[in-house]
Design a protein around this ligand. Structure first.
Ligand SMILES: [Fe+2]
Length: 280
């Protein structure tokens, strides 16, 4: 169960592809952010065409976790407009799965998303629906060593046994470590991120809205900061999230070079910095 270290790419640099997924999902174009070739688990942006319909009941063998970026989808009578989220575990009965308008949906499948008719066996709790605008921001339990980022979060899902956690993070503008230097960070779990807006500046380069990384456990990262603040989706997987800091301090720069860590298959797509739109 592995995916390569991808840190980082911008979704805008990837092509929409058809027939990446199987069965009825082959009709849904997607951008593959990362994929475990062995299990088929993948993080993708799905672009559902207008009027796409899958009549249920049906289920997937893996979890179906998603955040709607644009448009709306409907599953089992629940409408999911943009900025809504769900975690539908393996076996969750999708009574119907449709979109009238079409939709763009950031989607995480924990196994190859083959569709099986009928309901399945569910062994995890579902998060059937969250509308992000109705959730309160919190700064509880944020590592005080990250105070300079002025982090607020919304926890979308947390499994205390496995450590899996999904959250929305909001970080402040014009933020940088004190004295422009800081330790590096590592976690004993996978960290995955999709940047919804703003920028994150790290030692590997500047990420802008649309940036994505999949960082395997125990990989050093940071220091970080931001010019314009940022809003991102973070997932911690395959272990519990712990912040381990290096003793050594590293300089922080607002103008780092572009030094992503990428598998060969993505090097061409992300070989140069992304040109973010400017307000002028
Ligand atoms: Fe991290």
């Amino acid at each position: 169960m592995t995916r390569p270290h991808i840190e980082f790419i911008h979704a805008q640099d990837l092509d929409w592809q058809a027939a990446v997924l199987h069965g009825p999902l082959a009709d849904v174009e997607c951008k593959v952010l990362s994929m475990d070739e062995e299990t088929g688990a993948c993080s993708v942006i799905l672009r559902y065409p207008e009027g796409w319909v899958q009549n249920g009941p049906l289920h997937l063998d893996g979890a179906h976790e998603f955040l709607v970026l644009d448009g709306a989808v409907e599953i089992s009578g629940q409408s999911y407009p943009f900025d809504s989220y769900a975690y539908l575990p393996a076996g969750y009965a999708h009574e119907n799965w449709t979109t009238k308008t079409g939709a763009v949906v950031l989607t995480f499948f924990s196994a190859r998303p083959d569709i099986t008719p009928g309901p399945g066996n569910m062994t995890e709790a579902a998060v059937p629906y969250l509308y992000l605008h109705e959730m309160k921001w919190s700064s509880a339990d944020v590592d005080p060593d990250l105070d300079h980022l002025r982090i607020a979060h919304k926890i979308l899902r947390e499994d205390e046994d496995s450590g899996a956690k999904t959250m929305i993070l909001d970080c402040g503008a014009q933020s940088h470590p004190q004295n422009w230097e800081d330790g590096a960070l590592a976690h004993p779990c996978v960290e995955e991120m999709f940047l919804l807006s703003g920028d994150i500046i790290t030692e590997r380069g500047a990420m802008h809205a649309g940036a994505y990384f999949w960082r395997p456990p125990n990989i050093w990262h940071g220091p970080f900061g931001s010019r314009n603040g940022n809003l991102c989706v973070i997932r911690f997987l395959h272990g519990h999230h712990v912040n381990n800091w290096s003793e050594e301090k590293f300089p922080f720069s607002l103008t780092p070079g572009h030094k992503p860590d990428l598998p060969d298959s993505l090097k061409e797509a992300a070989d140069k910095p992304f040109s973010a739109p400017t307000p002028y």
